[in-house]
Ligand binder design. Structure first.
Ligand SMILES: [Zn+2]
Ligand SMILES: [Zn+2]
Length: 428
């Protein structure tokens, strides 16, 4: 049936046959966060628009075209968050976390919003996890960030994990690279060969030409100079430490000179993690260092490094690999009655089982027994408790094991303890 009002374009309902996979991913993230000493912060869904203009950058596609911005009733410009890093840093500054022992390790998860053209696997409301280490500039923090993301994917069972890594330098050494890059485009094959978007980027943000996906641009940038050759001593040493650390923890890491970020507050490490079938691996995560972000949003200098990863993408990649996502939650016991006059008995038994920690369900629609049995089978319950007139009169209940078909009668007041035992035996 067609409903009058549908979910807005680019959004979707994640229903019960799928949402449990998201819960599984979030549970793994929560476990890794605990093991690595990250604390969870719950942040607002909307922030002052200015936070993202300054914290993501006025010239980015996100800020220029993709933000959900509105004027609230108090005449303030608000924006639904398109990512979490700026909010994390805002929170760190607002709560003066600089006073705490450094680093401060934070993580969060939730929906983000970007007004993009909806396509397969890309939505205007999408979920991300986000981990940040704030307050230290040591390359060991970069390494730990990468290790944290790798550990999440390892525990989820993703295979063929590969780290793509680069350095984006710092405000000291990046201008020289930017000039070298511009000279390269102006001399060689010429600007005219670049796509229109990239021609527009040439003056404002030439580094971003490197990550253009268009074949004509990729062909040209193949021979572009690498930023690694322009790094200052400090950035070069930092990069060296991170890559040494990666081989120490056994990560499969590869230099990717196209991995750049055009904005000034991104510094040093930039990385992505690929997962999935060899040859068609997907980026499941992007991260890096942003030592000048806190200042960009009006705070003191606070170094930081972190990553974000889309839950949608993780689930698709897990499914593509046939990885084990855990079991879809289901009830263990379904209570069936011979007549609707026994409905109260059924609901009392279900109540008792649930109080004993046994997930249970029963019929509320006054269905006939055959229909109830069908319902029970559809629920996936391992056991069905049947209460007929005889059982009710004699204080018993018949229990059917749905996998063996075996049925036996037990005293009603032993139902919870017996079922708990049988469940345990079955799960062993
Ligand atoms: Zn530098
Ligand atoms: Zn291009």
């Amino acid at each position: 049936m067609e409903s009058a009002i549908k979910a807005p374009r680019g959004t979707r309902d994640v229903l019960g046959d799928e949402s449990w996979k998201w819960t599984h991913v979030l549970n793994v993230c929560r476990g890794v966060a605990g093991d690595f000493g990250f604390s969870e912060v719950l942040l607002p869904i909307f922030e002052h628009t200015e936070l993202f203009c300054r914290g993501i950058g006025d010239t980015t596609d996100v800020v220029e075209k993709e933000m959900y911005t509105f004027i609230d009733k108090g005449d303030r410009s608000m924006t639904l968050r398109p990512e979490l890093t700026a909010s994390m840093v805002r929170s760190y500054l607002e709560h003066d976390m600089r006073r705490a022992p450094q680093p401060v390790k934070l993580w969060s998860a939730g929906p983000m919003f970007r007004y993009e053209r909806p396509q397969k696997g890309r939505y205007r409301q999408f979920w991300q996890i986000d981990f940040e280490i704030l307050g230290v500039s040591s390359p060991m923090a970069d390494l730990e960030t990468i290790d944290t993301s790798m550990e999440i994917y390892r525990r989820l069972g993703l295979t063929n994990l590969q780290v793509l890594i680069n350095s984006v330098g710092c405000p000291k050494c990046r201008p020289a690279y930017r000039d070298a890059l511009k000279r390269f485009f102006e001399s060689g094959p010429g600007l005219e060969a670049l796509c229109e978007t990239c021609r527009g980027r040439f003056d404002r943000n030439p580094l971003r030409i490197l990550d253009c996906k268009k074949p004509e641009c990729r062909e040209i940038t193949e021979s572009a100079p690498a930023i690694l050759d322009s790094l200052c001593c400090e950035c070069a040493a930092h990069f060296e430490d991170v890559t040494r650390g990666l081989s120490r923890i056994g990560a499969d890491a590869r230099l990717d000179k196209r991995l750049v970020r055009g904005l000034d507050y991104y510094t040093k490490t930039a990385y992505e993690i690929l997962a999935g079938e060899l040859g068609s691996q997907n980026a499941v995560c992007g991260g890096g260092r942003y030592d000048n972000l806190a200042e960009a949003i009006g705070g003191p200098s606070v170094p930081g490094v972190g990553f974000a990863s889309g839950i949608e993408r993780i689930v698709i990649t897990l499914e593509g690999q046939g990885a084990f996502l855990g079991d879809k939650p289901r009830v263990d016991v379904y209570v069936v009655t011979a007549s609707s006059s026994l409905a109260l008995e059924a609901s009392a038994l279900a109540h008792e089982l649930r109080s004993s920690g046994i997930p249970s369900d029963t019929d509320y629609a006054g269905r006939g027994m055959k229909a109830q049995m069908k319902q029970a089978a559809a629920s996936g319950a391992g056991f069905v408790c049947i209460i007929g007139e005889d059982e009710a009169a004699s204080g018993t209940v018949s229990v059917k094991n749905m996998s063996s078909g075996e049925q036996r009668s037990i005293p009603r007041d032993e139902a919870a303890s017996k079922l708990a035992l049988w469940r345990e035996e079955r799960n062993r």
